[in-house]
Ligand binder design. Structure first.
Ligand code: FES
Length: 101
């Protein structure tokens, strides 16, 4: 990457799914469904940002987790009812100037 270039903006959705119940995971709490809903809504609105699957932010107790990167809002306890809220935040995030490196 060229020095000074901004990191591309993206939506990260944790879909990590632990096979045991010893510790919670976003995947076990519906993270993959959240990723599908967000991907569909971002596409429906024509928002120019990728929605990417992510494996663990280290915030497992608070999942499902969604993060706007780089440096955007970190959503916890995401449900299907919060997709609209997140898409509104994505729109605002896209209007912010990119962070330089
Ligand atoms: S499993 Fe999603 S933050 Fe750890």
């Amino acid at each position: 990457m060229t020095q000074g270039a901004a990191e591309p903006k993206k939506v990260l959705v944790c879909v990590h799914h632990r096979l045991t119940d010893a510790k919670p995971s976003c995947g076990a709490r519906g993270g993959r469904r959240i990723a599908e809903l967000l991907t569909a809504e971002v596409a429906r609105r024509g928002l120019p940002i990728p929605v990417e699957l992510f494996i663990c932010f280290g915030q497992c107790e608070r999942g499902p987790n969604v993060r706007l990167a780089p440096g955007g809002v970190f959503f916890h306890g995401v449900t299907a009812e919060r997709i609209e809220e997140i898409v509104v935040a994505i729109s605002a995030f896209l209007e912010q100037p990119a962070e330089g490196r």
